[in-house]
Ligand binder design. Sequence first.
Ligand SMILES: *Cc1c(COP(=O)(O)O)cnc(C)c1O
Length: 311
Amino acid sequence: MINTSKSIIEKVRLPIGKGEPFSFDVKRDDLIDPVISGNKWRKLKYNLLNAADRKNEGVITFGGPFSNHLIATAKAASEANLGSIGIVRGEELNAESNETLKACHSLGMKLVFISRSSYREKEEPIFLKQLHNDFPNYFLIPEGGRNYYGVIGCQEIISETDNDYDHIYLAGGTGTTGAGLLLGASKNTRVNVVSALKGSFLEKEINQLLYLVLNDHEFVETYLDRLVVHNDSHFGGYAKVPTELLSYVNEFFKATDLKLDPIYTAKAMFQMESDYRNGVIQHKDKVLFIHTGGLQGALSWKESITYLQNL
Ligand SMILES: *Cc1c(COP(=O)(O)O)cnc(C)c1O
């Protein structure tokens, strides 16, 4: 079992113009493990414990060819002495196609490559039935660890802090981490989830995830009152990384020594900094940023990110 004690709280002071710097805490989940990055461990923990309890041979999950979730599952499953099967989007790919897939393969994950159209149907009953027939003794973890166990694991992040923040900021993909934080955070905290994807579906997703845990619509509403979903800092959409975003990653690193990944955490930090500059966050407020990891994904932009040079 992975230990989360490396996830410290770091105090950061970000210079803002000529005034007082913006002071906030960062929960360094990115330090949990170099491969099982940040929130991916949180989402996998109870999924893997459950698979082991059920005496499953292993777990089966899904991801794109550069997926942080896929590589994290490969390593976490192997450390738990469980097998793993990764269903990968893209039938033209193979286990040598890129560094993420190579690493998954060498960690013992069996990779199954399927077409984009089949991948889109991966949650249909007929697809799932076939998968169960092919791999009967494997526990299925949805893409991104988006299930009840995932939410429960993310709830633990906040219990490793003082839990007395005015604002929490974090990046969102499936919203699983956001849902867990919302469940765990004190009722005076506003939980800000910044979507890394284009569209405005995240609030609904988080609503559904909360319902998995709370089973009561009215009860879910009381939590949603404290949720702020930001849908305007995606910089063009998922894995879209314009030069201005790369510049932001580099400037932020220069100012704070903190490494952000361009797909998720940089977008969330950008939103948080704007909210400070616009007065949504006040100087006296106590603020927590969750560093959800993702640095293995940043390697795709190696040439443009200063902290990845001279490695
Ligand atoms: C996967 C990932 C996310 C998204 O987490 P969700 O629980 O799906 O919202 C955020 N940040 C990083 C770095 C990730 O790798």
